[in-house]
Design a protein around this ligand. Structure first.
Ligand code: CA
Length: 325
């Protein structure tokens, strides 16, 4: 049976000031069933599979999340992926998560019973050799993905498993938020070196949303730049912040005479970067941002002296500001 769910994103504000945590359900998921003809898939099935079956056939799960609720300029702080496993004959086995490097499909194929063999692939299903059945092949049978895992967890008996945040998982999600067209999700790979390591997980077609694959992302919103474009400005300038001293926020402004890439950063008296407020290409004109005395991890900084530095290809300037609580 094909079930259609409305994808929901549960948004709540975490305790740490400036940070937001969202919980996302998959946009699509599927299983690659090892088969040189690429005839099998399970796009609309209730289950996803990884590992090596009792007959020595490999299964790999694909899952992708729509990150559209996360602002395009957000800084990703942490990422956790959870899957609920419901059938295996294997004990503890490593299961790795890898970034997929090309788009793939989820068709209407829906295997019966225990689903372990999949069923005939339908139009646009991913298969062992197809990214999209029956029109587009993977470069490599078994899927195109980054060979270095983004995360590894050990999956044992039935239950929910979480691949906790790692630097590569954060990098994956950050790159997808920066460029949504590059978001092809992850492929989940079990222990393929020995037989009888298969693990079966619930897919997003499971009857119960609480068992769906889910992605928990914590981010800090990027700083919005207010701009007044002008072609009459002749020189670069970094202005004094206002107010100064300040509590709880101050405005940092600068002008640039040409379109250029700009970096505006705040750092402390030890020279440690507190936050990068602007890192983008801007038009000629006057630009300003607010700084609320919050560091790049969303934590309030202590009172004291801070510096802000403007850098472009041809200009650099530094000024002081005093945060007094
Ligand atoms: Ca699916």
């Amino acid at each position: 049976m094909i079930r259609v769910f409305v994808l929901i994103a549960v948004i709540f504000v975490a305790n740490i000031v400036g940070q937001t945590t969202v919980e996302l359900l998959p946009e699509k998921d599927n299983t690659l069933f090892e088969d040189p003809q690429g005839t099998s898939s399970n796009g609309a099935g209730e289950y996803l599979f990884t590992g090596n079956t009792n007959n020595g056939q490999v299964r790999r799960a694909l899952v992708q999340f729509n990150l559209g609720v996360i602002p395009g300029d957000a800084q990703i702080q942490s990422v956790a992926l959870s899957l609920t496993m419901n059938k295996t004959v294997a004990g503890p086995t490593p299961v790795t998560v890898h970034r997929v490097s090309r788009d793939w499909g989820e068709g209407a194929s829906d295997a019966a019973g225990e689903e372990g063999r999949g069923t005939s692939a339908a139009e646009n299903d991913a298969t062992w050799i197809h990214a999209f059945f029956n029109t587009t092949a993977w470069d490599t049978p078994g899927g195109d993905y980054i060979s270095t895992p983004s995360a590894t967890d050990t999956v044992d008996g039935n239950g929910t498993y979480t691949w906790e945040s790692t630097a590569p998982l954060v990098t994956d999600v950050q790159s997808w938020v920066d460029d949504p067209n590059s978001n092809h999700g992850w492929i989940i790979i079990g222990d393929e070196s020995v037989i009888r390591t298969a693990k079966r997980f619930y897919s997003k077609e499971s009857a119960d949303t609480t068992r769906f694959p889910r992605l928990i992302v914590t981010y800090t919103p990027g700083t919005s730049v207010k701009s007044r474009d002008s072609k009459t400005i002749k020189e670069y300038r970094l202005f004094a912040n206002y107010p100064n001293p300040f509590n709880p926020e101050t405005t940092l402004s600068f002008q640039i005479p040409e379109r250029t890439r700009v970096r505006l950063s705040v750092y402390d008296v030890l020279g440690k970067t507190v936050d990068v407020l602007v890192e983008k290409e801007l038009q000629a004109g006057t630009h300003s941002v607010q700084w609320q005395g919050i560091d790049k991890n969303g934590r309030a900084v202590p009172s004291g002296l801070y510096y802000y530095r403007l850098e472009t290809e041809s200009f650099s300037a530094v000024k002081k500001m005093l945060f007094l609580k």
